[in-house]
Structure formats: C-alpha cells, structure tokens
Design a protein around this ligand. Sequence first.
Ligand SMILES: C/C(=C\Cc1cc(O)c2ccccc2c1O)CCC[C@H](C)CCC[C@H](C)CCCC(C)C
Ligand SMILES: C[S@@+](CC[C@H](N)C(=O)[O-])C[C@H]1O[C@@H](n2cnc3c(N)ncnc32)[C@H](O)[C@@H]1O
Length: 234
Amino acid sequence: MTLNSRSTEIRNLFDRIAPVYDSLNDWLSLAQHRIWKQMTVKWSDPSPGDICLDLCCGSGDIALMLARQVGSAGKVFGVDFSCQQLAIASERTQNYYPPLSVTWVEADALNLPFPNNHFDCATMGYGLRNVTDIPHCLQELHRVLKLGAKAAILDFHRPSNPALRSFQEWYLEKIVVNAAKYLGLTEEYAYIAPSLDQFPIGSKQVELALQAGFATATHYQIASGMMGVLVIAK
Ligand SMILES: C/C(=C\Cc1cc(O)c2ccccc2c1O)CCC[C@H](C)CCC[C@H](C)CCCC(C)C
Ligand SMILES: C[S@@+](CC[C@H](N)C(=O)[O-])C[C@H]1O[C@@H](n2cnc3c(N)ncnc32)[C@H](O)[C@@H]1O
C-alpha cells in the first residue's frame, strides 16, 4: 500500500495508540461513544444478510455492531490501514460464539480493494476527519455502494452553542490531553482538537457528499452538537 507522508503519519499515530484506544475512549466519553456508534449503525440501515463496509474501522467497535445486525447470513468488511488497530479488532473477534461474520482488511480508504456497487450499507466512525482527501474518500464510498444503499458517517462536530463549544475545547485540551499524558501519548491526543478545526461543518459535509454523487445527504447533530452523523444514500 503506497501512502503519502501525511497518511503515513496518521497511520503511525493510530498504530501507537491502538493498545489503549478502546479503554481511553470509554473513560474519556464515559462510554457514550458506544451509544453514538450504535446510532450510526442504525442510520446505515443494515438488514440481516447484508454485505456491509465499516470504513476506518480501527479496533472494530462499529464493524462488530454491524455484524450483530446482519447475522450469519450477512458479511461485514472492516477496513483500516493501521495494522495495530486491526490486530486489536481481530483479537476481539476471537471471543465471539457463534463467530461473527467479519473480515478485517488492511487497506487505504482512498483506494478500496472492492468492486463497484458491492455493499448494501456502510459506516464510518471518526474516520472522515482523519483521511487526507475527504472528497476522494466520499467518491470511493459512492463507488463501492450499491444503488440506493446508505452510509452513516460519525465524527466530531463543533457545537454552535458558544458555551458547549467552549466546554468541548476545554475538555479536549485539558481532560483528554492530560489523560493521554500519563500514557506518554500527549502528542497523539493533542491531534484531536486541531483536527476538528480543519473538519468541514455539517452543511459543508452535505455539500461534499452531493458533489461526490450521492442522491441524498443529511447531517444530524448528536451529543448536544459535539458530535454529528452524515447520512447519505447513493
Ligand atoms: C471515539 C471518539 C473519538 C475518535 C477519536 C478517539 C481517539 O481516542 C483519538 C485519539 C487520537 C487521535 C484521534 C482520535 C479520535 O479521532 C469519541 C470518544 C473519545 C473522545 C476523545 C472523547 C471526547 C468527548 C467529548 C468531546 C466530550 C464528552 C463529554 C462527556 C461525555 C461528559
Ligand atoms: C479515530 S479512529 C476510529 C476507529 C473506529 N472507527 C472507531 O469508531 O473507534 C480513526 C481510524 O481511521 C483510520 N484511518 C485514517 N485514515 C485512513 C485511511 N486513509 N485508510 C484507512 N484507514 C484510515 C486510522 O488508522 C484509525 O484506525
């Protein structure tokens, strides 16, 4: 897999935090991130027997939620370019009986190893903000989805409410970074706040999705506007 230098930096960052990623997310969000992810899965509208894609799957939270929805007749592909995140995801899958129908694929979201019109639904949890070319990522997602298929894309969102925006900034810069400091991961977690500043707001995400060819695009704010889910259909 050939990655540009920025993508390599991001992949290495998520390789480094893989061992503590899940537990820190639970602590730092008071396990609320699992609720936000479950909402995202529901918005992708999976059915039993579907073939689903979880893009930027990381340690597999959302892919495993999808697998429980589609059952043994279905199939979920969790895609990430971080081998250390995928190793955690693969380890977690061993603990399931009956086994979940999930395959972990090490690949670049900007160059997916799947044919056109392949997936019945897709999810992306906190991935779109981290890819280096958002329009290209949306075009790849459009390419691999079947006509009429839905995708739900969860990520941070800057609240419009000034008090909540200040709280989010304070929480990320003080609580999150200080927690990561104890694990020697200050730089990795300090990456989150500035990544939000570069990330398009909901209305711009809708515009980018329509430009990528999606027929419909709606952005829903959740968690008091601190998170958002872009729901798109091909
Ligand atoms: C899974 C979440 C965010 C994605 C994400 C998580 C990370 O650990 C990273 C580490 C390094 C780089 C990037 C990321 C990354 O994109 C959401 C849960 C974890 C958040 C760090 C928690 C932030 C919570 C809200 C800002 C405030 C929550 C208020 C609380 C419920 C009272
Ligand atoms: C914040 S984590 C989210 C992981 C998981 N979806 C979750 O909800 O916890 C972002 C993930 O995106 C992956 N990622 C970022 N850019 C990528 C790309 N171009 N191709 C594949 N994976 C990518 C990272 O390796 C990382 O595992």
